[in-house]
Design a protein around this ligand. Structure first.
Ligand code: MN
Length: 354
């Protein structure tokens, strides 16, 4: 039943999307800043999808890639000549954002500082697989936020299937790369994820065409950040049988956070703080076992933390992040954030045992 409802939601979304696109002249598709392979795949896939429906429609892409997305783009795709801009046009009729529902992750303070002003946007469409935001931008006209999908790439794959369209080979590889990276090489894939991936594989590509390029060599600075993060754990917290650790590094937070889980923590948080601006960023990760056994959803915890500190946050149940500001005289960000996060985590983790 759920499946039928979800298909109907997607069908209606496609109809409205096509209508919005045909009524707009300045259209931009953008991913979140520092776009990962999933955001790259979603942006490319959506443009191809819309251009298969209307080949004459001009659609601009605004995207800046992170290291892994850059690698995929250069090594896996046969034609890495897409025109990704890092500047938004001044006036946008329709902005479609993917892999995030937060406009602040697409047009952030750094961008505004550099460019001096935000583009004038008439309407916004969101396609995402994370949890929906609490506060909506008034300009948001349509959303397709499917939290039971593994990745934005999987949602775009579904759009092609429902419209009876076949993506070209490069798009197939990009979509597959998005699904593979967001599911931890299918570890977090559901039955539907595998069915959607099957649709892509049936076009004649193989998984190894993607995975052969995903093993990136770790930079020396990343190794050091990981080691520092372990070294800087001040206290090991125990919540029921689970081991929870907090640490801080100034770069490679996500990688450091992951490394603490690999070391044996069930839940890890890495905080990075910029004393000059009082800004902090948090990266969090949980072991699958903890997520299966308790109602913990890190995306929800990070959302609250971001909101508590005039920032934002969100993500998946087992991997999420937040950013915000701490105006604390002695810059004791760990002293503020650690008890706050622990309290929220305890509330959900302990509840399940009772
Ligand atoms: Mn994603």
């Amino acid at each position: 039943m759920k499946e039928i409802n979800s298909n109907l939601t997607i069908r209606n979304f496609i109809t409205d999307l096509i209508c919005s696109v045909s009524n707009s002249s300045s259209i931009v598709i953008a991913g979140h800043n520092n776009a990962d392979p999933d955001a790259l795949a979603a942006v490319m896939g959506l443009k191809e999808f819309l251009n298969q429906i209307d080949p004459n429609k001009k659609i601009d892409l605004v995207l800046n890639l992170n290291k892994l997305a850059e690698k995929i783009y250069k090594e896996i795709l046969s034609d890495p000549k897409w025109n990704f801009s890092n500047t938004f046009p001044e006036n946008i009729d329709l902005l479609i954002i993917t892999d995030t529902s937060d406009l602040g992750m697409v047009i952030d303070s750094k961008y505004l500082q550099k460019k001096g002003k935000a583009p004038i946007i008439q309407s916004i469409i969101i396609i995402d697989h994370h949890i929906p935001p609490i506060k909506w931008d008034d300009r948001v006209k349509q959303t397709l936020i499917l939290s039971d999908y593994s990745s934005s790439a999987e949602i775009i794959t579904k759009l092609f299937q429902m419209q009876d369209l076949i993506p070209n080979r490069d798009i197939v590889l990009a979509l597959l790369a998005g699904i593979i990276t967001d599911t931890g090489h299918f570890r977090y894939a559901t039955k539907n994820t595998l069915e959607n991936a099957k649709f892509l594989l049936e076009t004649g590509v193989s998984i190894s065409e993607v995975t052969d390029h995903l093993n990136k060599k770790m930079a020396r600075s990343e190794k050091i950040a990981r080691i520092k993060s372990a070294n800087r754990i001040q206290k090991i917290h125990y919540i029921q049988e689970y081991i929870v650790v907090f640490s801080h590094v100034s770069s490679y937070e996500a990688s450091a956070c992951k490394s603490l889980i690999e070391l044996g923590a069930d839940l890890s948080f890495i905080i990075s703080y910029i004393p000059k601006t009082n800004e902090f960023r948090i990266s969090s990760r949980a072991k699958g076992k903890l997520i299966r056994e308790t109602p913990l959803h890190l995306g929800e915890i990070m959302k609250i933390i971001g909101q508590n500190h005039s920032g934002s946050g969100g993500g998946h149940d087992a991997a999420a992040g937040a950013y915000g500001i701490i105006n604390n005289e002695n810059k004791d960000y760990m002293g503020v954030l650690v008890p706050e996060i622990l309290k929220l985590v305890k509330k959900v983790v302990v509840k399940k045992i009772d």
